[in-house]
Design a protein around this ligand. Structure first.
Ligand SMILES: Nc1ncnc2c1ncn2[C@@H]1O[C@H](COP(=O)(O)OP(=O)(O)O)[C@@H](O)[C@H]1O
Ligand SMILES: [Mg+2]
Length: 354
């Protein structure tokens, strides 16, 4: 168990600055996730923490001790990757036992610990099998078992669920969450999947091109995205984002969607236009007039069970909204209403939240 601090960490490969000034502390026992699109530097960060790469600038500390001089082995972290990297010729038992064998633990200890871990992961009856005889989910459980058996100071997980199909991914997500709760080991998790990040983590750092755009609890990322990038990246389906003209500064009023809207903001914009965001779940649609509502054409509907997403054409802007299941047909004239207090407003110049 450990807290992990990154202080002014930069990493360059040749002339490419891949990590650009990381400053944050992952707390002891925390489930901390780096999320961002492919190529933004997630794996590089894990490699830096593990000691497989060295920072170009800056310091990494475990419990306030710089780790630059510690080899990967002596940092005592366990990594789990997207590809399971099991030893194909070894049984499940031998794969899980491997880290203890390396430490030359006594045979009774190995046997007891492998049994305990396999039970915890629900693969107690698979111990005699070879990896090729297992399903993808079972193989990833074996990889997790091998990581947790030696109780490392921290887990580093690099997109461990990306190779699994949707249903298994959900199952394993719950499994990983349970493991973290039971073992209480600091976990640094990496994924490109914002939903996975939101559902697993105590805190999430949203990365873009090697920089942290926001580091917050999941609820805060959803409720108060710090900039346009985070607003568009977090949430599914994504937030509607469009430009709007400022008609009054104090209080802020903006002309958008064929109306004048009064959002809740705490700062003034730097120019005469702003970027505005509204989540589809904060736009209500009905076939009957809504008090204070506006008219639009429904262009497309996408049923998702209990409700449906409706793409509206509002004076040329596409606005995604949520309607009751089966309520709206494509091509129909409908009425919609935006929850004004749920509008997100960003400076047009800096793209930061106002
Ligand atoms: N060893 C390396 N040498 C050169 N470039 C690298 C190396 N490792 C990663 N990169 C580059 O750094 C960037 C970030 O890579 P990576 O950390 O793997 O991103 P992610 O895991 O978020 O997809 C990419 O542009 C990648 O091509
Ligand atoms: Mg990666």
């Amino acid at each position: 168990m450990v807290d992990i601090a990154l202080r002014g960490v930069w990493k360059s490969f040749g002339t490419a600055d891949v990590i650009r000034g990381l400053d944050l502390t992952i707390r002891d026992r925390e489930f901390f996730t780096f999320v961002g699109p492919s190529g933004c530097g997630k794996s590089t960060i894990l490699n830096l923490i593990a000691g497989l790469e060295e920072p170009t600038k800056g310091t990494i500390l475990f419990d306030n001790e710089p780790v630059a001089d510690l080899s990967p082995g002596r940092r005592d972290v366990a990594m789990v990757f997207q590809s399971y990297a099991l030893y194909p010729h070894m049984t499940v038992f031998e794969n899980i036992a491997f880290p203890l064998k390396v430490r030359k633990e006594r045979r009774e200890v190995v046997s007891r610990e492998v049994g305990r871990v396999a039970e915890l992961l629900g693969i107690g009856d698979q111990l005699g099998k070879l990896p090729r005889e297992l399903s993808g989910g079972q193989r990833q459980r074996v990889a997790l078992g091998r990581a947790i058996i030696r109780r490392p100071r921290a887990f580093l997980m690099d997109e461990p669920l990306s190779n699994l199909d949707a249903r298994l991914r959900m199952e394993m997500r719950a499994e990983i969450k349970k493991l973290h709760r039971e073992l209480g080991i600091t976990t640094v998790y990496v994924t490109h999947d914002q939903e996975e990040a939101m559902s697993l983590s105590d805190r999430v750092a949203v990365l873009s091109e090697g920089e942290v755009r926001q580091c917050s609890r999941p609820g805060e990322l959803y409720e108060r995205p710090a900039d346009v990038f985070v607003a568009g990246f977090i949430g599914s389906p994504p937030m509607n984002l469009f430009g709007a003209r400022v008609t009054s500064e104090e209080p802020l009023r903006i002309a958008a969607l064929g109306a004048v809207l009064s959002p809740n903001v705490s700062a003034a914009p730097s120019g005469g236009t702003v970027m505005v965001g509204i989540r589809p779940e904060d736009v209500e649609v009905d076939t009957r007039p809504l008090p204070g509502g506006l008219e639009a054409e429904a262009e497309l509907t996408e049923p998702v069970g209990p409700y449906e997403w409706v793409d509206l054409n509002v004076v040329g802007v596409r606005l995604r909204a949520r309607a009751e299941a089966g309520k709206v047909r494509a091509g129909q004239r409908v009425f919609f209403r935006v929850a004004e207090k749920r509008l997100h407003v960003f400076d047009a110049e800096t793209e930061k939240r106002l």
